[in-house]
Design a protein around this ligand. Structure first.
Ligand SMILES: Cc1cc2nc3c(=O)[nH]c(=O)nc-3n(C[C@H](O)[C@H](O)[C@H](O)COP(=O)(O)OP(=O)(O)OC[C@H]3O[C@@H](n4cnc5c(N)ncnc54)[C@H](O)[C@@H]3O)c2cc1C
Ligand SMILES: Cc1cc2nc3c(=O)[nH]c(=O)nc-3n(C[C@H](O)[C@H](O)[C@H](O)COP(=O)(O)O)c2cc1C
Length: 760
């Protein structure tokens, strides 16, 4: 087999070495346009996990790397004159130049042909002369560009500028330092890569970079300026450059990773922001997977498909973590005002891969200090601290998210709702929300939706709130009020979500006459002033009934494309009157409804507003709009914003993932200082503790986890060994308040001392 490798970076070199080692009969040539020692950057960090993979695949490279590594455990966070240290992280790094030299040596030893200072021939030409072409030609990959039709790359350029430098001093830890300058916030990411050298990456928002005049400085002056800004970190030493350039990080994603016998590897296939230090790791792991798949699969085509299938999910998960980390640094200016420990904790957990529980295990002292500063009573996890909204104190931070059960008749909640909501109230959540309760029969989504438009419904809801208050004292119950708008008159969820009824449809109304799905859903009637006034009054009447029903909190549903949400989104509101056009106009009707509702809802009871913080669609609501929307509702008296996303238009492209909506909540909370409820794919108590302690959310709403386990909160308490007032077990259940023991084994205990003796 003849293999051509384009690019002699870590990915290309390691792939070549492995392929040659596995089959010395392979003829392998690497083209590298630069000289052997001519490369960008300084140090790279590799994890223990990657090293383990390398050890199994090629012990020689592993031994060489091990001998070179500098290792350390701590992360120092330097901010506003204080250094906070978190330990137990286990890092290993070495110089990029040194890494490449070791790989060059190994390739030579194994008989790989290295052609330095030689740009590779085009991949198309190599593809005819070689059996396999590995395009490991970096983030700017000429191969990917030349075959953009086949690989379908998507490249996103981000908002910060960075420069990769070095200092002749070894930091004792990973160092994040924040400089709040007159031009804006700048950050240093630093780590040692030899006994006397450190990588220093200086990064800042584009506008800060320009305000600071970096755009007008030559390279040397830029480097000197950075050294001056971070002089304390550097102990007054200068910074060194190696082909430095201020660059905007670019995230690379490819629809396809191979085309015929040409395969992308490393940065050519995908990039992940350097703040999670994973680029080299991913390139090396790609090489491991590619080599393994070529061994395991019959034929090249199957091997390349298996390689992509194996690596894509890992890469996507890393890219999600890297995106969260990148965004964190982009929005750093909104976070610098936090208290010191919370700031440090927020920084450490920014990618969502490191959590409260990880940090507690790595450095219990650090986590305890963060909890003390937060105000957690001793032995109380953050999620079990109380939270006050207006006159209502919630005993913990868990909310049962509103979930439509589509199980009512005539809008009246029945026994199902009593048992469903009652069970979740007994299950320990601080706040149990009803489903979207509709303000009129026509405002229902389906015939199975509940309402608050007549007195029979008031009595039925009262039965439920009375149960909750009596049987689960301390649990609050809130009602979510809404009107379905253009998404109304549809089937029950399990019979066909958002599909019109087979018969008995009722006319639907909306901001504009645009159906949810053309040719499928009804075309709504665009509301006129009289229609809007009528609906405003229906909301107010429903709120009076909600107060009589005994609810503790009221949420106005302005999300998910229902009536009020439909006014907010530019995709669904095309009105030309005072209720359409600018965001201020689009907010007008939802705010009028909010005001009407707030006026009749008892003064001491809080109100939240659920919004879709992005439509996940071009031309729709953006995160910036969401901040303005939240600001407007808060100014009108909303006590909290419940931050969901999407479901406004059918052709949306959500970026699902762990806690994927939380960054929107986080931004609103920290830009506006407004309490937020985060929701969406938050499923572990560890995630909840992390979000609350980092100050990304005040409350966490969990939907589907509560369908899985009504006692989610009590079980979270039991698993954390917590038995305080934040999660009291109902008296009749107390006997079961510990996790049932797993099956026990009666086999004799293995005795280490005996085992050692017998092997002597
Ligand atoms: C500021 C910064 C800091 C980073 N820090 C870390 C870190 O701490 N840890 C980490 O793991 N990763 C880090 N990375 C990422 C890391 O550098 C890359 O992910 C890694 O180098 C990818 O390896 P690669 O082999 O895919 O590509 P590269 O290392 O980019 O190698 C590609 C090679 O291809 C060559 N080439 C391109 N076109 C041609 C051609 N036509 N002919 C011949 N040769 C060609 C280039 O000269 C280059 O040598 C960082 C990146 C940046 C920008
Ligand atoms: C069966 C079901 C019904 C839902 N009904 C509502 C609703 O009535 N109102 C609402 O705002 N969100 C509704 N949602 C969305 C949830 O409140 C929540 O935002 C979503 O499920 C994401 O959270 P999770 O990942 O914890 O489930 C519903 C979700 C589910 C699964």
């Amino acid at each position: 087999m003849k293999v051509a490798v384009i690019g002699g970076g870590p990915g290309g070199l390691y792939a070549a070495a492995l392929l040659k080692r596995l089959d010395p009969g392979r003829e392998i040539t690497i083209w590298e346009r630069n000289a052997p020692d001519e490369t960008f950057g300084f140090g790279v960090v590799l994890s223990d996990e990657t090293l383990g993979g390398i050890e199994h695949a090629d012990p020689v490279i592993h031994a060489a790397l091990r001998a070179e590594f500098v290792r350390w455990d701590d992360i120092d966070i330097v901010h506003r004159g204080r250094t906070l240290t978190s330990g137990g992280h286990c890092f290993a790094a070495l110089g990029r130049r040194r890494l490449l030299r070791l790989l060059h040596e190994r390739c030579r030893q194994l008989g790989v042909e290295l052609r330095f200072r030689t740009p590779a021939p085009p991949a198309a030409a190599l593809a005819t002369a070689y059996d396999l072409v590995i395009a490991a030609d970096g983030a700017g990959s000429p191969t990917r560009q030349a075959h953009a039709d086949a690989f379908a790359p998507r490249i996103t350029t981000h908002r910060c500028r960075y420069i990769w430098l070095a200092a002749d001093t070894a930091f004792e830890a990973f160092r994040f330092e924040i400089a709040e300058t007159e031009h804006g916030v700048m950050q240093l990411h630093g780590y040692p890569f030899s006994a006397h050298e450190s990588t220093v990456i200086v990064e800042m928002r584009e506008e800060v970079w320009q305000a600071a005049g970096f755009d007008a400085l030559d390279e040397q002056s830029s480097v000197e300026r950075c050294a001056k800004i971070f002089t304390d970190a550097l102990g007054g030493r200068p910074l060194r450059a190696n082909n430095p350039q201020w660059t905007n990080f670019r995230t690379v994603v490819n629809e396809h990773w191979s085309h015929g016998n040409v395969v992308l590897l490393g940065d050519a296939a995908h990039t992940a922001h350097f703040s999670i230090g994973s680029g080299t790791k991913l390139a090396v792991e790609d090489a491991l997977a590619l080599a393994a798949c070529l061994e395991e699969q019959p034929g090249l085509c199957r091997a390349l498909a298996a390689y992509e299938a194996e690596r894509r999910p890992v890469v996507e998960s890393t890219q999600r973590a890297a995106a969260a980390s990148l965004r964190w640094f982009e929005e750093l200016a909104t976070r610098t005002g936090r208290r010191p420990h919370q700031f440090a904790f927020d920084l450490l957990t920014r990618s969502r891969r490191v959590t409260h529980d990880n940090l507690r295990l790595r450095d219990p002292g650090f986590t305890a200090a963060v909890q003390r500063e937060f105000g957690c009573p001793p032995g109380t996890p953050p999620m079990f601290t109380p939270y006050r909204l207006r006159g209502l104190t919630l005993r913990n931070r868990i909310v049962v998210s509103p979930m439509d059960m589509y199980s009512a008749t005539g809008g009246v909640p029945g026994d199902f709702h009593l048992v469903h909501l009652g069970a979740r109230a007994l299950g320990g959540a601080g706040l149990v929300m009803t489903e979207m309760v509709c303000v009129s029969p026509e405002g229902r989504i389906t015939p199975g939706c509940t309402g608050l438009y007549d007195d029979e419904q008031v009595a039925a809801w009262r039965r439920i709130t009375d149960f909750v208050h009596r049987q689960s004292p301390g649990t609050a119950i809130g009602v979510q009020l809404g009107h379905s708008g253009r998404k109304g008159s549809t089937k029950l969820m399990w019979e066909g979500i958002d599909e019109p009824l087979p018969d008995g449809n009722w006319p639907v109304v909306a901001a504009s006459s645009i159906p949810y799905r053309t040719g499928v859903n009804q075309t709504p009637h665009a509301l006129d002033q009289v229609g809007m006034a009528g609906i405003r009054e229906q909301f107010a009447a429903a709120v009076r009934r909600a107060a009589r029903s005994g609810f503790d909190l009221l949420e106005l549903h302005c999300a998910h494309g229902y009536l009020l949400s439909g006014f907010l989104s530019p995709l669904t509101n095309r009105r030309t009157d005072a209720y359409g056009g600018s965001l201020a106009n689009r907010l007008r009707f939802p705010l009028e409804v909010f005001d009407a509702v707030r006026e009749v809802w008892p003064d001491d009871r809080p109100m939240s507003v659920r919004i879709s913080a992005t439509d996940w669609a071009d031309g729709g609501t953006t995160a910036d709009d969401a901040v303005q929307i939240a600001r407007a509702f808060a100014a009108h008296g909303a006590d909290a914003i419940d931050v969901s996303t999407g479901q406004v238009v059918p052709d949306e492209h959500p970026e699902y993932g762990r806690s994927y909506q939380t960054p929107y909540a986080d931004r609103i909370r920290n830009e506006l200082g407004v309490p937020v409820i985060a929701v969406g794919a938050i499923s572990s108590w560890d995630d909840v503790n992390s979000l609350i302690l980092a100050g990304r959310a005040d409350l966490c709403a969990l939907g589907r986890p509560h369908l899985y386990d009504p006692h989610w909160t009590l079980h979270a308490a039991a698993e954390q060994g917590y038995s305080g007032p934040g999660a009291p077990w109902p008296s009749p259940y107390r006997a079961g308040s510990r996790k049932p023991p797993a099956g026990r084994t009666d086999a004799p205990k293995p005795r280490l001392s005996l085992m050692t003796r017998s092997t002597r």
